[in-house]
Design a protein around this ligand. Structure first.
Ligand code: G1P
Length: 209
């Protein structure tokens, strides 16, 4: 394993570009550490979608609320494939896959192409890494991975695998971090029973769902 520290916080796109020494001319995964997906299967599901679509590049996406839209990269596109039970944002037991046509980083809530946001699991092309080299700062005056992906979309196919809201947790806000810990504790073989017992005793019924 190799490490590379980003010397100053210039954005996700810049951080990813710092890893170019390791990716060479190969497709690569970006796995954001502040998004926790406990069963660890999301990257292989993403790879499965890529395999099923001529080695296209694929990200995982999830539905967000209107309030959350300005915090995320929002995708544009349309559902594709055999999604017989497509119900909108979430699939019922079957993968929902979108072919992406665009993506916008941290948009205003009023004018978005969908409610689906990139959750932090990406399978990307070497072209994205190349484009990041001259990517200018975007939203928040940061170098955005999203902006390099949008440029690559002019040349390459991108898909989004829509995952279930229960598959992962964003720890990037205090509330998200607390909720993630509660969910992990509830499902942990060591901490589940004592955590539920404590929550019940303290009247924290909302945690017991
Ligand atoms: C980053 C990405 C954004 C994505 C989000 C997921 O934003 O730029 O597109 O939706 O991660 O957590 P950040 O959390 O760095 O603001």
């Amino acid at each position: 394993m190799s490490f590379r520290y980003q010397s100053e916080p210039r954005g996700l796109g810049h951080a990813v570009r710092c890893a170019s020494f390791a990716t060479g001319n190969e497709p690569f995964f970006v796995l954001l550490g502040d998004y926790v997906a406990p069963d660890k299967k999301t990257p292989s599901r993403v790879k499965g979608v890529s395999d099923a679509h001529d080695d296209a590049f694929v990200i995982a996406a999830d539905a967000c609320t209107v309030d959350e839209i300005p915090h995320y990269g929002i995708i544009a596109g349309e559902p594709v494939g055999n999604v017989s039970d497509f119900t909108g944002a979430f699939g019922e037991g079957e993968d929902v896959v979108w072919r992406m046509t665009a993506m916008v980083e941290k948009p205003a809530a009023e004018d978005v192409p969908s409610r689906l946001f990139a959750v932090g699991r990406y399978l990307l092309s070497p072209r994205v890494m190349e484009l990041l080299a001259d990517q200018q700062p975007g939203a928040g005056n940061e170098v955005q991975l999203t902006d390099a992906m949008v440029r690559a979309m002019a040349e390459e196919e991108f898909y989004a695998l829509v995952i279930d809201v229960h598959e992962g947790y964003d720890t990037g806000t205090p509330a998200g971090w607390i909720a993630t810990n509660a969910r992990l504790a509830a499902n942990d073989p060591r901490f589940g029973v004592p955590s539920r017992r404590l929550w019940r005793r303290k009247g924290m019924a909302a945690y017991l769902d």
